[in-house]
Every structure is written in C-alpha cells, then in structure tokens.
Design a protein around this ligand. Sequence first.
Ligand code: HEC
Length: 198
Amino acid sequence: MPLRFKIHLLICSAFTISWGVAGPDYKKDIKPIFEKRCVECHSTKMKKPKGGYKFDDDASIKNEIGPSFLIRPGDPGNSDLMGMVTRANKDHPMPPDKADALSAREIKILSEWIKQGALMESNATASSSALPPRPANTVQEWTNKEGKVIKAVFVKLHGEKVTLKMANKNFEIPLQSLSEESQKLAMKTAGELAVKAP
Ligand code: HEC
C-alpha cells in the first residue's frame, strides 16, 4: 500500500475532533504534543539532540516547515513528520519505542494543523476560509515554477491554495505552482496577517 494512502486511512479512522472554524493552534495544541512526545530526545537543553532536531525551539521548528521539509504546509500526507508519528515510516518511527506511539487524537491534531497551513502564530482570528480575507494591500513579487514573475497582493492561504489579488481581481492558484521562495513568502505573509488581526 502506498505510504500516503496508509496515512490517510489512519487519519480517517481517528475519531473526529472539533476545533470550531479556527483549527488547531500551534501554542495551545501542537507545542504540548512536541513537549510531551519529542522533547525528551530532541531538546535545546541537550548537547546532542537526536538527529539534530530540537522540538522545544520554535525557530528550529520553523526551519522544518516548507514545501520540501519535514512539515509541508497543506500536505500532511507528504509530510515526513506524519510518516514518522504514524509509524508508516519504518526507518524512523517517532518516538522510536512503539510503546510511546502517539495516540490517534494526537496524530489527528498534527495532521489537521499541517493541513491548515502549519501556522506557528495564533490562528484564533485568522486562516479560516470562513473569515473574510484581509488584504495587506502590499504589492509583492511572486514567481511561479516556470520562473514567470507577477506583482500581486496576498489575500489568503487556505490549504494548498493561495489567493492573490491583481488589478482588483482575486486569483486562486495552487501553492505548489509557485517557486519555493514564493511559497515561503505566502506562508510568511499569512503568518504576519494572522498576528496583525484585530
Ligand atoms: C526516546 C527518544 C526519542 C523520542 C521520544 C523521539 N525521538 Fe526522534 N529520534 C530519536 C533518535 C535516537 C533519532 C536518530 C536515529 C533515527 O533517525 O532513527 C531520532 C531522529 C529523529 C528525526 C530525524 C530522522 C532522520 O531522517 O534522520 C526526526 C525528524 C525525529 N526524530 C522526530 C521526532 C518527533 C517528531 C518526535 C516526537 C513525536 C520524536 N522524534 C521523538 C529519538 C527519539
């Protein structure tokens, strides 16, 4: 069975949890999982955190978020982190000891957080497609995978799609069609807007 499918099955069989419209919050829902399940072996307090990963350091975690990193925003099925915690990744199940495996609920929370963009800023007031978009009104340059550059205003990031505004018209495009740098810019801008929200 392909890895992605297996993870999908696991996530579907987990019971449903409700977060209202906002989805899991990094500080409230995600950090406690890392602290409880990972920090024992992956801490800034250690001389040699296992594999060099530090799950009690926001800056280090942030470095693991990106289209080709451990945590792929909008794409839990292809995020290595999910393969590790679901133990579908046989080489690096995390935590290594099966007795410490994450619960279905913890897996579901991590997966949902990644699906909604893996934002590290509080999302209580942002990132929900139910909320009206709040344009930052700053024109930025965006490059797609083919190297074509456009100038547009970021509107919102929702799942694997990003909405940009050009000439007062909204365009919805797959995040994956942007260059890596522009994908990062979209995530960064989404995070900044989340912080600035009233
Ligand atoms: C009991 C100790 C322990 C715990 C708890 C633990 N890990 Fe690990 N982790 C290790 C060890 C040892 C390695 C290095 C060997 C390996 O890669 O299997 C490692 C390696 C890793 C790597 C690098 C894998 C690679 O590709 O080289 C990642 C990522 C990781 N852990 C994530 C996590 C996450 C996320 C958690 C919590 C859900 C976690 N670990 C919990 C011991 C632990």
